[in-house]
Design a protein around this ligand. Structure first.
Ligand code: HEM
Length: 491
């Protein structure tokens, strides 16, 4: 009797877990047959990088949309640019939120961060925080970025005639920039061997640790576990440390009347803004939540984009030489790297766009359907809470949109060619009202780094670097496995 009860209980659990697996069939949507427990992500758990898994799904279904299951949850993958536009822009009010746990009591930082916030909390935050990222504000931050650019030059110079691990160096550069601009502090990662902030940054984005992976997994796919186990989106030790830094900096500035053109100053101005506080009380914790979000969102994204850029420039010497030439011309014309000088190097933006096409840090975008929704033209109706996935990695490698997609070719983004790019097929920063808030900041910080590195140094691939690069399976974004060594020479 005991064994029969156990068997019945297990069968019941099996039924509960797999009952969703009939969803796409019931909607007449072509779908990938799920593997028990993992759905379409079983290969990721075993051996495949998310980047290749998404491209495989995209290529297996050459139709406007298809269904997959992530664990036991139905997700609609849309690959038609018109449908993507509907979700990201046209019907944004129905797809405003991500599929993510949100509980103010359990994790107030996530609840009030731009990533984790939902509905009116997100709307309020986004409309008030957007002005922090205008071109004018970025221009004022340029001197802070250039200080990090100079430290980068010193660091590269030390490796001249030798190998440099560009992934490690770019991570230090990104942490230095975001510490300076978001927290108003010098982290000296490039200058010193050991930096406390570097350890914090590593903890915050350590997707290799089981605990971090489990927390992020629960936030995305098992919100009930977040409540029961009181999990947090950001690593607790790292976020507590950053809150401390944030509060100290605020106190110090108030005491000494320090004025600095960085995010902490702009966020503090928002706190004083009574019109803002009317619908959303902006206290120190909520301010710190934004600064931690910038720190989290702004370091690996920028670091890995830059290391992939240096890798491609080292493999494509003619692109590296042309870029160096344009950088030198801009320096000569403007005397130094001013904001205007950067705008005078159009090839820099073309190169970065091509890097972001080949190596989009965010492999998929997600949106949650907040109500029953019918896609125009297709007649497909999906139910409330179904997740929509936009396969950036698939679109960026579709030869229909980007011919010869494996080729590194910045010309795709030249003035003459960029209008030919089909809208909603190039999405490294997402699109629509919930697109990346830090896009301008990330592009400017990346341009400053490349301009400083290339002006007086030449790079090529070291014999210890595997070509083509191998991607790291253990992370849900795009990062190469191990070090990325380049040979560096002073010109
Ligand atoms: C190369 C660098 C970067 C890439 C490729 C990138 C990419 C993205 C993408 C794809 C999204 C999701 C957009 C969507 O769902 O439509 C996003 C969101 C976001 N990013 Fe970035 N990002 C980068 C750098 C940064 C930096 C430097 C910051 C801040 C300083 C930042 C702040 C944010 C924020 C706050 C959001 C959430 C926006 C919201 O939900 O309203 N990002 N980013």
């Amino acid at each position: 009797m005991f064994f029969i009860s156990i068997a019945c209980f297990l069968l019941f659990l099996y039924y509960l877990f797999t009952k969703n697996y009939a969803y796409w069939e019931s909607k007449n949507v072509p779908f990938e047959k799920p593997v028990f427990i993992f759905g379409s992500f079983y290969k990721i758990v075993t051996k495949q990088q998310l980047f290749y898994r998404i491209r495989e799904i995209y290529n297996n279904f050459k139709i406007p949309y298809c269904g997959i299951y992530i664990f036991n949850r139905p997700n609609l993958v849309i690959r038609d640019p018109q449908l993507i536009k509907n979700v990201l822009v046209k019907d944004f009010d129905k797809f405003m939120n991500h599929q993510i746990a949100s509980n103010e009591k359990v994790d107030p930082l996530a609840y009030h961060s731009l990533f984790g916030s939902q509905d009116d909390v997100w709307k309020n935050l986004r409309s008030k925080i957007s002005p922090v990222f205008t071109s004018g504000k970025m221009k004022l931050m340029l001197p802070l970025m250039k200080e990090c650019g100079s430290d980068l030059v010193v660091c590269v110079e030390k490796h001249c005639g030798n190998k440099i691990d560009i992934k490690d160096v770019m991570k230090k550069y990104a942490v230095d920039i975001i510490s300076s601009c978001a927290f108003g502090i010098n982290s000296y990662c490039l200058k010193e061997e050991q930096s406390e902030i570097m350890d914090v940054a590593t903890r915050l984005t350590d997707f290799k640790s089981f605990v971090r992976n489990f927390s992020v997994f629960s936030f995305l796919y098992a919100p009930k576990l977040v409540d029961i186990l009181r999990l947090t989106m950001f690593d607790k030790t790292a976020s507590d440390y950053l809150i401390g830094v944030f509060k100290n900096t605020l106190k110090e500035r108030e005491k000494k009347g320090i004025l600095r053109n960085d995010f902490i100053h702009l966020l503090n101005n928002l706190k004083q803004d009574e019109a803002f506080s009317e619908n959303y009380k902006f206290d120190d914790l909520k301010m710190a939540a934004q600064a931690i979000t910038f720190f989290f969102a702004g370091n690996d994204t920028t670091a890995f984009t830059l290391s992939f850029a240096m890798y491609e420039l080292s493999r494509n010497k003619e692109v590296q030489d042309r870029l160096r030439q344009e950088i030198k011309e801009a320096f000569n014309k403007h005397g130094t790297l001013t904001y205007e000088a950067i705008q005078d190097i159009p090839y820099l933006e073309m190169v970065l766009n091509e890097v972001l096409r080949k190596y989009p840090f965010t492999i998929i975008l997600d949106r949650k359907c907040d109500n029953t929704y019918t896609f125009e033209d297709t007649g497909l109706t999906i139910d409330k809470n179904v997740s929509i996935l936009i396969p950036i990695a698939g679109l960026h490698y579709d030869p229909q949109y980007f011919p010869d997609p494996e080729k590194f070719d910045p010309e795709r983004f030249s003035l003459e060619n960029r209008d030919k790019i089909v809208p909603y097929t190039f999405l490294p920063f997402g699109d629509g009202p919930r697109s990346c808030l830090g896009q301008r900041f990330a592009l400017l910080a990346s341009k400053v780094a490349l301009a400083h590195c290339l002006k007086d140094f030449a790079f090529d691939i070291a014999d210890t670097t595997k070509v083509p690069l191998e991607l790291d399976n253990g992370v849900p974004f795009i990062m190469n496995k191990g070090n990325l060594h380049l040979n560096v020479t002073k010109l």
